[in-house]
Design a protein around this ligand. Structure first.
Ligand code: SF4
Ligand code: SF4
Length: 63
């Protein structure tokens, strides 16, 4: 399990700065490396558009 970033990401970079694992990389949208993510939720807390989600099913359904 890992957090995912949805397509509504506005590429603000807030999550990348907050991630304690360095699991987030720049992109369109930004990406989370599932092998590094510990599901701490820090990215979801700072995301202004709620693009960081813990459920892969939701990530697929929101496209
Ligand atoms: S849940 Fe935590 S470890 Fe995973 S990408 Fe977000 S900030 Fe990084
Ligand atoms: S905080 Fe949200 S909108 Fe900003 S880069 Fe991360 S996922 Fe995208």
């Amino acid at each position: 399990m890992a957090y995912y970033i949805l397509d509504n990401c506005i590429e603000c970079g807030a999550c990348m700065n907050e991630c304690p694992e360095g699991a987030i990389t720049e992109g369109s949208p930004y990406r989370i490396d599932p092998s590094l993510c510990t599901e701490c939720g820090a990215c979801a807390e700072v995301c202004p558009v709620e693009a960081c989600m813990p459920m892969p099913e939701k990530a697929e359904g929101a496209k």
